[in-house]
Design a protein around this ligand. Structure first.
Ligand SMILES: [Zn+2]
Length: 311
């Protein structure tokens, strides 16, 4: 959908894989909007050259008093996209983890729910939950890290109950879920309303999450209307931790999805893409990111149920 922007992104990043993320603003020509203000205030006139600021260090272009979304981010190395231990890692049905049974070296419980995340993501989640509660939106953690083994069990159990084809529609196959990275968290209203349902995004809490997730280093991984790109339905509850640097660069890139962002980075780095798997995300069967709690399955919309759940 936004792949037509990739060639223009080449200009800024092609020879500087670890460039300051503000490069997106120049590459995409968005200097007239908010980011332009950040650039303008961040570059002292004496340092700014007509071409930009090749002599300016990344530290110098971070406006200290800007809103988080306006800060210059840092793009990851393209190699990091396929490194499951990197905050930049991307995982989806077309880009399974390598190794397939990857597990993070360190995990910790986010809170009393017992759900685990990589420590930096767990801390960010606690901060997000605290801020949400302060704003009057008590949230809970619905799902965090899921191991390869757990995902395999889930998939097998869904397949046994509903058949392999349907199982593949409602559950990620092991090795393709972001939850296996320990960097993805599903949040829900503390009172359970609209849990794992699109209507979560319509609640004041869901709207708060959409607005503030990036303040804590998260992106909404499966935005509305992007199923063709992500392979997933709209999931306003699924947050993916990438950290402040990448989240700012992602915002500056104006990519709608992390798939588009990653594709732009790879195009920009002039990498020869590896042969694509036969099934692209947009062509894969629609998957829903269900929790490993059985009730999650029962919340599926009627039109997505192919048989009566044997409850
Ligand atoms: Zn999720």
């Amino acid at each position: 959908m936004t792949s037509d922007r990739a060639p223009r992104a080449l200009t800024a990043a092609a020879r500087a894989p670890h460039r300051p993320g503000i490069g997106w603003a120049r590459a995409l020509g968005v200097g007239a909007v908010g980011l332009g203000l950040a650039v303008a205030t961040a570059l002292p006139a004496a340092q700014a050259t007509p071409e930009g600021s090749s002599t300016t260090t990344p530290a110098a272009v971070v406006p200290v008093d800007a809103e988080p979304a306006l800060q210059a981010g840092q793009a990851p190395h393209v190699e990091d996209l396929s490194d499951p231990s990197s905050l930049a890692a991307i995982a989806n049905p077309a880009r399974p983890l390598d190794p397939l049974d990857y597990a993070p070296e360190e995990l910790e419980p986010v809170n009393a729910s017992g759900d685990q995340l990589v420590p930096v993501a767990a801390e960010a989640t606690r901060q997000l939950l605290d801020a949400a509660a302060e704003a009057g939106h008590p949230l809970r953690v619905e799902s965090g890290y899921r191991s390869y083994e757990r995902q395999s069990e889930l998939f097998a159990s869904y397949a046994a109950s509903y058949g392999a084809e349907y199982a593949s529609r409602i559950s990620a196959e092991p090795g393709t879920s972001e939850h296996q990275l320990g960097l993805a968290v599903d949040v829900a209203l503390a009172n359970g309303y609209c849990t794992l349902q699109a209507c979560f995004g319509d609640t004041p809490a869901g709207q708060w999450v959409a607005e503030h997730a990036e303040d804590f280093g998260f992106i909404l991984r499966y935005p509305e209307g992007a199923t063709e790109t992500t392979g997933y339905a709209y999931e306003p509850w699924h947050l993916r931790y990438v950290g402040a640097e990448i989240v700012a660069d992602f915002a500056a890139s104006q990519a709608t999805t992390y798939e588009d962002y990653a594709a732009n980075l790879e195009a920009a780095a002039d990498l020869v893409a590896e042969p694509l798997p036969e099934v692209l995300p947009g062509q894969a069967p629609l998957r829903l990111d269900v929790t490993d709690r059985p009730a999650g399955l029962l919340r599926l919309p009627d039109e997505l149920r192919m048989g009566r759940p044997a409850s």
